[in-house]
Structures are given as structure tokens and as C-alpha cells.
Design a protein. Structure first.
Length: 357
């Protein structure tokens, strides 16, 4: 069997690994490396258990630090793993610092890079994720695009060789895990009733690292009449405290602040929400899969299809009346198979087999 090194390190990447590894390990010897980019157990470790992800062969233990320091630490440790394992190829996911670090090291060592979730573009290079994904796409050998638009984005940059539209591995994951989530958890466990609350997540640096943005988001959340269930990322909570916003938010009569939830719990909360407010790319898609309207706290999104269908609206908290937009939302037609047929992991594995023939 050919040896493939898989690099992951964040919550969304672990979800994608679970979907792909089920198929990949039927045909390849997969060595799994967890960089530890999401270092808190509630944000990462629990996913290995509840999603039946194989225990990482290497856990690099690299936590939160500046982009440059974090990426450099990852590069050094990933290089050590590559020297020891001598893989025939490396799989990277999405657009994180873990992705970029592995990509740089592998490209310098002339090891083929296989990029899952290739071709996404927000066209905002102030986002570190945008820089990471562009650099990764331009040195990858195989590029697994989740949508037709992603393929077109790559073609605009003269990337056409090795490009395959396979659908979205997150759709694979949602289809597989939603029934498990409904068996293991109940919405009443959160003291919520189905379709009687709004789910909120905030974690992106452009929001949490900007006091004006975060203040505006807090003010908009407080104006919403419905209950807002808010699992708080540790970094977001720290920023709320730093900006003297946490106490204000906590005292909001409509706000329920919670600790970070597991992936399965999040799926259940998304499915039963009447609306979702987020700045997460993954949650935008999961909202679409769950047929729940999404309000994205960003000026742009890499998942433009969700906006074009009307299920996702981009929100400027400094200008937009979020409560009004939620109240005025009218459900548009729903397009099935917008992100594939739920077999992306199988298609990726087949393309990798063909590559090595």
C-alpha cells in the first residue's frame, strides 16, 4: 500500500478527516498527523472519540501563537515526521496554518500535495485563510474542488491540471453524523426547544480582534427578540473580557452563553435552530445542509453558492439591522446536491488510486 501523510489540526479539518479516512484507509496506508492547532480538548480531542477518527500517529502539540511562529513551529515538526515516514504523498485540508505549513515543507521536499477543498476564494487577502489557500492551490498536484465555482476560480489562475470536482467532504460528514447526533443528544439537553432559538458562533480574527466589530456584534445580538444560544470559543471569550463586553453580553436577557460544544452537539443545535448567526465558513454550509437560514458576520464568503440561493446573507454589524433581517427572512427554494452527492471521500480515494497507477 502507498503511504499517505494526512495533516490536520483544527476542528473543521478533523471533521473532514473522519469523512475521508473511512474510504482512504481501504486503499492506502494513512499516517495521521494532528498539529494541535486547536489545542483545547473541547475544541479538538473529543472529535477523535465521537467521530471515530483513528488516533493520530503523531500529535505535534502546537497551540496558539502568532501566525509566523505557529507556522514555523509546524514546519519544523512536520519535516521531522516526513523524514521519518517518507510518504508518497501528503493530504492537506482547507486553508489553515496547518495546511500552509505542510504545503511549504512538502513542496520543498518534492512530495506530491493533494489539496482537499481546493479553489475556494473570498478575494480578500487580508484574511490569512485566503493567503493559505491560494499558496496551497498553486503547488498542489491534485486539487479536489467541492463545487463548480471552485473549479472556475482555479481556472482563472491558470490551474487546470489535476483539478477534480468531487463535491464537499463536509456534506459526507453531515450525512453520516446527523443521525448519530440525533440518537446521542436531545435538544432539551440544552434547555432549548426546536425552532425556538437562534444559534450563534463568533471566532474569526477580523471580528474578535476588532473592538468596533465585536462591540457592534454584541449590540446586534442583544437586540434580537428570540433566545440566542452562544457557545463561546475560548479566544472569543478572552476578547470579550478584554474589551469589557463579556459582562454586557452575559447580562442580556435573550443571551445564553455556553461552553464550546462537540461536533455532534453542534449538528443537532444547527438542525433545530430557527436561524444561525456565524462567521464560520463550515457553519455556513452546515446551515444550508440543515435548511436553516444563515446570517454571516463577514463582508464576503468563500461559499458564495449559499448566498446566491438566498439561504445565507452577508452582514455588516456596523451598518445592518440584524434583528430586522432575521424577522424579514422568507424561505427561498432549496437546491439539492449543491455540494455534491455525499460521496466525496470515495471519489477522492479513487482519484488518488488513479494518480499512483
Amino acid at each position: 500500500m502507498k503511504k499517505i501523510l494526512t495533516i490536520a489540526g483544527t476542528r473543521p479539518q478533523l471533521v473532514k478527516v473522519a469523512a475521508v479516512s473511512r474510504e482512504l484507509r481501504k486503499e492506502f496506508n494513512e499516517v495521521l498527523v494532528n498539529t494541535g492547532q486547536h489545542y483545547d480538548y473541547n475544541m479538538a480531542g473529543i472529535f477523535f472519540e465521537e467521530l471515530n477518527i483513528p488516533k493520530p500517529d503523531y500529535d505535534l502539540g502546537i497551540g496558539s501563537m502568532s501566525h509566523a511562529t505557529q507556522t514555523a513551529q509546524m514546519m519544523m515538526k512536520i519535516e521531522e515526521v516526513i523524514d521519518k515516514e517518507s510518504p508518497e504523498g501528503i493530504i492537506v485540508y482547507g486553508d489553515t496554518n496547518s495546511t500552509l505549513a505542510a504545503t511549504i515543507v512538502a513542496s520543498k521536499l518534492h512530495i506530491p500535495i493533494f489539496h482537499i477543498e481546493a479553489g475556494l476564494r473570498s478575494y480578500n487577502k487580508k484574511m490569512p485563510e485566503e493567503v493559505n489557500r491560494i499558496m496551497t492551490d498553486h503547488v498542489s498536484e491534485l486539487l479536489f474542488a467541492p463545487t463548480d465555482l471552485a473549479v472556475k476560480n482555479l481556472a482563472k489562475e491558470a490551474i487546470t491540471k489535476g483539478v477534480h470536482q468531487v463535491g464537499d467532504v463536509m456534506y459526507d460528514a453531515v450525512l453520516y453524523n446527523m443521525s448519530i447526533a440525533q440518537e446521542e443528544y436531545n435538544i432539551e439537553d440544552f434547555n432549548m426547544a426546536a425552532k425556538d432559538y437562534i444559534l450563534g458562533t463568533i471566532h474569526r480574527a477580523e471580528n474578535t480582534g476588532n473592538k468596533n466589530n465585536l462591540t457592534a456584534i454584541v449590540n446586534e445580538l442583544l437586540k434580537i427578540q428570540s433566545t440566542v444560544f452562544l457557545p463561546l470559543h475560548p479566544g472569543t471569550k478572552n476578547k470579550l473580557v478584554e474589551y469589557d463586553l463579556f459582562e454586557t453580553l452575559e447580562k442580556g436577557k435573550n443571551i445564553v452563553i455556553a461552553e464550546p460544544v462537540s461536533y455532534l452537539e453542534m449538528l443537532l443545535l444547527e438542525k433545530n435552530a430557527k436561524a444561525i448567526i456565524t462567521d464560520s465558513g463550515g457553519v455556513q454550509k452546515e446551515a444550508y445542509f440543515a435548511k436553516v437560514p444563515c446570517f454571516t458576520l463577514r463582508p464576503e464568503t468563500e461559499w458564495i453558492e449559499t448566498v446566491e440561493t438566498g439561504w445565507n446573507q452577508l452582514i455588516n454589524p456596523l451598518k445592518d439591522d440584524l434583528a430586522k433581517l432575521i424577522n424579514e427572512f422568507k424561505e427561498p427554494p432549496y437546491i439539492e446536491n449543491l455540494y455534491g452527492d455525499g460521496n466525496a471521500g470515495r471519489k477522492i480515494t479513487q482519484k488518488l488510486k488513479e494518480y499512483f497507477i
